[in-house]
Design a protein around this ligand. Structure first.
Ligand code: GLC
Length: 492
């Protein structure tokens, strides 16, 4: 097929604006697609905190003062251009009205609550993106959207822009990164974002559980839906506690719904070249890993003990991620011969309780309540074991990074965790990690005990490390699958 023109829309992208795993994916997949010689451009909102100098944002005269109208309200958009670092992927940063000149991405740091006008913010972004395309006269074949913040585009293409000649034949793909966050708003919001209000009632395309539901709209209107692992794709159809009632809707999509495992950007996550860790290392020479462990413990104010396994957790601190289960058994874990470092923020109460319990073991436990990319890299590099007991996990990336850094993952058997980690056999000659067979506090304890036992056999542990570091989850394979979907959608 000829070179495709693909517009990739997201609300976060690494390293410009990051709130979670979404940013890692949106920062990497476009680069991989570009590698196949397709024309790919990205658009994200221009948040106030994005450093214009560092990322060399350029003014584009044509893209100044663009009027954007949603439901009769007009705001002015200004769009700047840059490149995704170390790539030729052009990215446009879209500023509209005062929607993005705020300190948070989704959440107001003052109130700790989502901005009340989040639906309008991203609706305006979506329309501004389309207006920008028109001014550029750049007509994509595909618009690839990610999560509810960009869910407006599939809807607008088939409603407000239905008869727009410029957008004729443009197809949309919608990727679900996590159904936990669906974009739910009061039903009255529909009018403000130019959605058909009559569809926000029982049985309506935008209606779910008493609310306007943006994810539902996108699933309805997109030409193809994907999510980020095969197992999660099956789980959301089969298991209502994971699918939040979207199962039958997605099932109806039939062949137009697929799970594609996320890849990893090994130019960012590679212990041999990682610029964010103090000591690089490789499967051939692991001495740097021990040095990183020392550095990590020192930075955390804990003593370095070569023979004591260090467990790392990098996660949103939520029940979805199973941190409530960790809390349940934290003291029991800490009474074993381990050290634990937890990195992440989230549910306030959970955070406070974890700290309160952990602090009872001051020489074994640390928690940093923040998200710091550099620290995340150091934990991957310095920890011996990585723990992720999620109740459901669309893909999960840290367990894949762990493999590359020789950090043995201990994970629950759901979603992308299941698709990326194979349970070690008894003599450790096969497998890449430890699967928690029963997801409960008890299950976590017995999985960690297994890890500790294995850790004691230094020789075999080193072999496992070597083996898992060879695992390859690079983006090429997944990018090809996306391209295949784009082509299928276009030939429909
Ligand atoms: C979300 C999911 C996570 C996934 C990431 C990127 O953060 O919770 O599992 O890895 O998106 O797709």
């Amino acid at each position: 097929m000829d070179n495709l023109k693909i517009l990739y829309l997201a609300s976060e992208v690494s390293p410009f604006a990051m709130a979670g795993g979404l940013a890692d994916v949106t920062g990497a997949l476009p680069k991989a697609l570009k590698g196949f010689n397709h024309e790919i451009r990205m658009m994200i909102p221009k948040y106030k905190f994005i450093n214009e100098r560092k990322y060399v944002l350029r003014e584009v005269i044509r893209l100044r003062d663009i009027p954007v109208t949603v439901n009769g309200r007009t705001e002015i958009a200004n769009v700047k251009s840059a490149f995704l670092p170390d790539s030729k992927v052009q990215i446009y940063l879209v500023d509209v009205g005062d929607f993005f000149s705020r300190p948070g991405i989704y959440i107001d740091p003052k109130t700790k609550k989502p901005y009340p006008d989040n639906a309008e913010r991203f609706a305006f972004f979506s329309k501004a993106a389309i207006e920008t395309l028109k001014i550029l006269s750049w007509q994509p074949n595909i618009i690839h959207c990610n999560d509810w913040q960009t869910s407006f585009t599939p809807v607008y293409l088939k409603t407000v822009y239905l008869n727009d000649p410029f957008l004729k034949g443009v197809k949309s793909i919608y990727t679900i990164h996590n159904l936990t966050s669906q974009g739910e708003f009061e039903p009255e919001t529909a009018e403000k974002i130019e959605y058909d209000q009559s569809q926000v009632k029982e049985g309506g395309m935008f209606y779910k559980d008493g609310k306007l539901n943006l994810t539902k709209g996108a699933i309805h209107f997109a030409d193809f839906i994907t999510t980020v692992s095969e197992t999660y794709a099956n789980e959301i159809i089969d298991d209502d506690s994971i699918g939040f009632g979207f199962g039958s809707l997605l099932d109806e999509k039939g062949e137009k719904f697929e799970g594609i495992l996320n890849g990893v950007d090994y130019s960012v996550w590679n212990p041999e070249t990682d610029k964010l860790i103090p000591h690089t290392f490789s499967a051939e020479d692991m001495s740097g890993k021990a040095e990183n462990k020392k550095a990590l413990l020192q930075r955390s104010g804990l003593e370095y003990k070569e023979d004591v396994p260090l467990i790392g957790i990098i996660s949103k601190i939520t029940e979805q991620k199973g941190l409530d289960l960790v809390l349940e058994v934290l003291e029991e874990l800490l009474s074993m011969d381990v050290q634990i470092i937890v990195h992440g923020d989230g549910d306030r109460k959970l955070v406070e309780k974890i700290i309160a319990n952990g602090q009872k073991y001051p020489d074994k436990f640390r928690m940093n309540v923040t998200f710091d990319d550099k620290m995340a890299h150091l934990i991957e590099a310095g920890a011996d074991i990585y723990l992720s007991p999620s109740k459901y996990e669309p893909c999960g990336l840290n367990q894949i990074y762990s493999l590359k850094y020789g950090t043995i993952p201990v994970v629950s058997s759901v979603g992308g965790l299941f698709d990326t980690v194979d349970d070690l056999d008894e003599d450790l000659s096969e497998g890449t990690g430890i699967i928690i067979d029963e997801l409960s506090g008890k299950g976590i304890i017995s999985a960690v005990k297994r890890a500790i036992t294995y850790f004691k056999d230094k020789e075999k542990w080193a072999e496992v490390q070597k083996r898992i570091m060879q695992e390859d989850f690079s983006w090429e394979v997944s990018a090809k699958r996306y391209l295949d979907i784009y082509e299928r959608v276009l030939s429909d």
